[in-house]
Design a protein around this ligand. Structure first.
Ligand code: NAP
Ligand code: HSE
Length: 428
C-alpha cells in the first residue's frame, strides 16, 4: 500500500531548491522503491519575491507555520545557522515530527540536545548531508562501523578551502578571486569566513569525532586554524619539498580515554592519497583495528551532491514514519575529554625571514635545541635583506614548538616568522 508523506522545507536556497527538484523529479522512482509517495507541502523562505520554480501557494516567510502545519509530516531544515533554525528543529521534534538537516553548525553545537529530544519523541533526527555533502559518511560510521574500534578519522571536509588551495597550487591565482568562484559555484557558506577560517570544518570534525568515538564533542572544543595564513610562497616551497598543502580535519582517540579533534592546513607528502583530492572534492580516512583503513571520497559541497544526501534522509525518515519505526540512534555517549592541542605531536614547516650574517644558523639552532625540537631539513634562500630559512622539524609537541617560536621571535637575527604549517602523513 502506497502511503503519502508530505514534507515541509525550512529554507530553499542552494541545497533546498535542489532537494525540492529531486523530490519532484524522482517521486515515481522513490514511490516504486519505498512504497512512500513523497510530496512537498510547504516551503519557508526569507524573501518570497525571489524567482523560484515553485508553486506560489507553497511559499511562506512564516517558518513556524510550516513546522506546525498538520499536513507536514517530515520537517527539512536547510536555512542554516543556529537561530531560528535551532528552535524550529526543537519544536518539530517535540511535536513528534522527524527532522532532516544539513546544518552542521546546529548539529555540532546543539546536536546532543536535539538527539535527546528525538529519542524522547521516538522520531528520527537525521543529518547525513551535514558532513561530506553527498558522500555517505554518517551512516557508515554510525551504523556500518558501529562495532569497530575506530582510532582515527582524518580527511578533507571543507570543499571551499580545498577548492581555493587546489587552484592556488595549480594556477597560482589570487585568494579573493578564487573564493568568489567558490561562492558562485554554491560551495561556500552564506558567510564564507566560516569556510576560510576553519569553523565549518571544525563543526564537521566535531560531528565525526562524536560519532566515531561515541562521545559528544562541541564545535567550540575543536582546535581551529583557517587557511588565510597559507601564502603562494609556502605552497610553492611545499611543492619543492615534495608536499601539498591541504585543509585537514583530524580526529584521534588517544591514550585510551581522550580524543583530539583539530582542523588546520597541513603539508602532506605529494604521494599521500589525500594530496590528490582536488578542488571541492572531500575525502575521509577512517582507521579501525578490525577493518583497517577505509577511504570515503566524493563531492563534499554544492547543491546537487548535498541535496541527494538530504533526499536519502527524507526517504529514510518517511519510510520509518509509515512503518511506525525509528532508525538506529546513538546510544549513551561516553563523554571522553578533548585533549588540548599543546599536547599533540606533529612535524612543522617554518619559513623565517632572517638577517644574512655569520652566526644566524647557530642562533636558530640554539632556539630549537633549547626546547628539544630537532631539525629534519633546512634550506637557506636568498641573501642580504631577502634571506629566508625554510626548515622542517622532526616530530615534536605543539607546546615545544610554541616555546621555540617565542624564542625565535626574540632573536635579533630573525626579522619575522613568516609561516608555520604542520606537516602530516610521513608515517601514514
Ligand atoms: P542558502 O543558499 O543561503 O539558503 C538558505 C535558505 O534559507 C534560503 O532559501 C533562505 O531564504 C532561507 N532562510 C534563511 N533564513 C530564513 C528565515 N529566517 N526564515 C525563512 N527562510 C530563511 O544556504 P545553503 O547553501 O542552501 O545551505 C543550507 C544549509 O545546508 C546550511 O546549514 C549549510 O551549512 C548546509 N550545507 C550547505 C552545503 C552547500 O554546499 N551549499 C553543503 C552541505 C551543507 P531566501 O531564499 O529567501 O534567501
Ligand atoms: N561550505 C561547505 C564547504 C559546504 O565548502 O565544504 C559543504 O558543507
Amino acid at each position: 500500500v502506497v502511503q503519502q508523506v508530505k514534507v515541509g522545507f525550512l529554507g530553499c536556497g542552494t541545497v533546498g531548491s535542489e532537494a525540492v527538484r529531486i523530490l519532484r523529479d524522482r517521486s515515481d522512482a522513490i514511490r516504486r522503491y519505498t512504497g512512500v509517495d513523497l510530496g512537498v507541502a510547504r516551503v519557508a523562505v526569507r524573501d518570497p519575491g525571489k524567482d523560484r520554480d515553485l508553486p506560489s501557494d507553497w511559499l511562506t516567510t512564516d517558518a513556524e507555520s510550516v513546522v506546525a502545519d498538520p499536513e507536514v509530516a517530515v520537517v527539512v531544515e536547510l536555512m542554516g545557522g543556529l537561530d531560528p533554525a535551532g528552535e524550529l528543529v526543537a519544536a518539530a521534534l517535540r511535536s513528534g515530527k522527524p527532522v532532516v538537516t544539513a546544518n552542521k553548525e546546529l548539529v555540532s553545537k546543539r546536536g546532543g540536545e536535539l538527539l535527546d529530544l528525538a529519542e524522547k519523541a521516538n522520531v528520527d533526527f537525521l543529518f547525513e548531508a551535514a558532513v561530506g555533502g553527498g558522500i555517505p559518511l554518517i551512516r557508515p560510521i554510525a551504523e556500518s562501523l558501529a562495532g569497530e574500534d575506530i582510532r582515527r578519522v582524518m580527511g578533507i571536509v571543507n570543499g571551499t578551502t580545498n577548492y581555493i588551495l587546489t587552484r592556488m597550487t595549480e594556477e597560482g591565482g589570487s585568494f579573493d578571486d578564487i573564493l568568489a568562484d567558490a561562492q558562485r559555484l554554491g560551495y561556500a557558506e552564506a558567510d564564507p569566513s566560516a569556510d576560510v577560517d576553519g569553523h565549518d570544518a571544525a563543526q564537521k570534525a566535531a560531528i565525526l569525532a562524536s560519532l566515531a568515538f561515541g562521545t559528544r564533542v562541541h564545535a567550540d572544543d575543536v582546535f581551529t586554524e583557517g587557511i588565510r595564513g597559507v601564502s603562494g610562497e609556502d605552497i610553492e616551497m611545499a611543492r619543492r619539498l615534495g608536499y601539498v598543502v591541504k585543509p585537514l580535519a583530524v580526529c584521534e582517540f588517544v591514550d585510551g580515554d581522550e580524543v583530539s579533534v583539530r582542523v588546520h592546513p597541513a603539508m602532506l607528502p605529494d604521494t599521500h592519497p589525500l594530496a590528490n583530492v582536488r578542488l571541492s572534492m572531500n575525502a575521509v580516512f577512517v582507521e579501525g583495528t578490525s577493518a583497517g583503513e577505509q577511504m570515503f571520497y566524493g563531492a563534499g559541497a554544492g547543491g546537487g551532491p548535498t541535496a541527494i544526501a538530504v533526499v536519502g534522509d527524507i526517504v529514510d525518515a518517511a519510510r520509518n514514519l509509515v512503518q511506525g519505526a525509528r532508525g538506529p540512534h546513538m546510544s549513551r555517549p561516553a563523554l571522553h575529554p578533548v585533549r588540548d592541542i599543546t599536547r599533540i605531536d606533529n612535524e612543522f614547516y617554518l619559513r623565517l625571514e632572517v638577517v644574512d650574517r655569520p652566526g644566524v644558523l647557530a642562533a636558530l639552532a640554539g632556539a630549537f635545541g633549547d626546547n628539544g625540537v630537532s631539525i629534519k631539513s633546512l634550506i637557506q634562500e636568498g641573501h642580504g635583506d631577502d634571506a629566508e630559512i625554510v626548515l622542517v622539524t622532526h616530530t615534536c609537541a605543539e607546546s615545544d614548538m610554541r616555546e621555540t617560536l617565542v624564542e625565535l621571535a626574540s632573536l635579533d637575527s630573525v626579522e619575522e616568522v613568516a609561516a608555520v604549517i604542520r606537516v602530516l602523513g610521513e608515517d601514514e
